[in-house]
Design a protein around this ligand. Structure first.
Ligand code: LMR
Length: 340
């Protein structure tokens, strides 16, 4: 081969190498791994929503976006989960609305205000209206981005003794989420609130570190708490819902194509989760009752009103703690009435 042929060949090879490297880089840019973490089980309403999101994203991106799902606190417990999201160790998480206080967004704890909501229709009046939109903006200042509100269910109270009247709660050590509002709620009925990670609650109940807790039936059943709680009362005193949050840097860094796929999948999994949440909780309650392990009590109208009146005494302190007229915004959005 003459020298000029050799030079030409080296040139072709060099550009082929550059091209291959570029292609590889391009492919890498197109590929994305999203870690989605949750403390509830895969069969909980939130877990099912996360799995649907994974399926839709992976199918529609033809595998270019991979969604790794971590349920039941397998990757992080409550507090670590929020921190991992802020630092970008995970890209998405379904955080209960009660868990935004420790991130410095105390307004979200208003969702825990006892007897503010009669049901999830009331919750939607906030989450799907201007107040919800305003709250979403607060999240963005913390390196994260709120992307969807997801429902779970109305909370019941449980313990190892019957809890029918307000007096029955006196002195009971109750596991709560890290929410100052729930702390005030429990104190308003003479209970002793103890903040504890969700993943540690079953153990704490079974060893008597705490006496009782509150949660929707789906969480009670999927964490097997009904096996270590002899009594439950259908107080429906509060709600448990979520804000799905993304690491902001990850969210802003997605290409338009990636964002379109992710947003559409989020919308569909939000509709799905919010559609199944009530029926999943109804099913879970039926299973708890059928297990025969927990006696499930329905308070009389008078007992319910007495519990509501006692808990509503905490609203004043909650309002003072959150400030900014947020409590009034919530009252207005749902048409709150202390006497009904
Ligand atoms: C809890 O800690 O009780 C709940 O927030 C768990 C969850 O995510 O539903």
């Amino acid at each position: 081969m003459n020298v000029w042929k050799k030079v030409a060949l080296v040139g072709v090879c060099a550009s082929a190498l550059v091209l291959a490297a570029c292609n590889k880089k391009e492919a890498k840019k197109d590929n994305l791994v999203i870690k989605f973490t949750s403390v509830t089980t895969q069969d909980s309403p939130k877990g099912q929503g996360i799995e649907l999101f994974k399926k839709l994203v992976e199918e529609r991106s033809q595998g270019k976006i991979k969604v790794e799902t971590y349920h039941n606190s397998t990757l992080f417990k409550d507090k670590e989960e929020a921190e991992a999201l802020q630092s970008g160790t995970v890209q998405l998480a379904g955080l209960s609305l009660a868990k935004f206080g420790p991130l410095g967004i105390k307004e979200f704890e208003l969702f825990d205000t006892p007897y503010l909501f009669n049901d999830f229709n009331d919750v939607h009046k906030v989450t799907q209206g201007p107040v919800g939109a305003e709250m979403m903006k607060l999240v963005e200042t913390k390196g994260i981005k709120g992307v969807a509100f997801w429902d779970n269910g109305m909370k019941l109270m449980s313990a190892n003794k019957p809890i029918h009247t307000v007096e029955d709660y006196k002195g009971l050590k109750m596991r709560i989420q890290s929410s100052k509002v729930i702390d005030l709620q429990m104190k308003s009925i003479g209970a002793l609130p103890q903040v504890m990670a969700f993943s540690e609650t079953y153990q704490a109940l079974s060893t008597g570190v705490v006496d009782g807790t509150e949660n929707p039936p789906s969480n009670m059943l999927s964490q097997k708490m009904h096996e270590v709680q002899k009594h439950a009362s259908l107080t429906n005193h509060g709600i448990l819902g979520y804000l799905v949050v993304a690491n902001k840097k990850f969210w802003d860094g997605m290409s338009d194509e990636q964002r379109t796929i992710v947003q559409a999948a989020l919308k569909e999994s939000t509709d799905f989760t919010n559609k199944i949440a009530q029926e999943e909780n109804d099913k879970a309650l039926a299973q708890i009752k059928a297990s025969g392990k927990t006696d499930v009590y329905t308070p009389t109208a008078d007992e319910r009103l007495a519990l509501k009146k006692a808990m509503v005494t905490s609203h004043k302190d909650i309002d003072a703690m959150v400030g900014g007229g947020w409590m009034q915004k919530m009252y207005q959005a749902v048409g709150f009435d202390a006497n009904k």
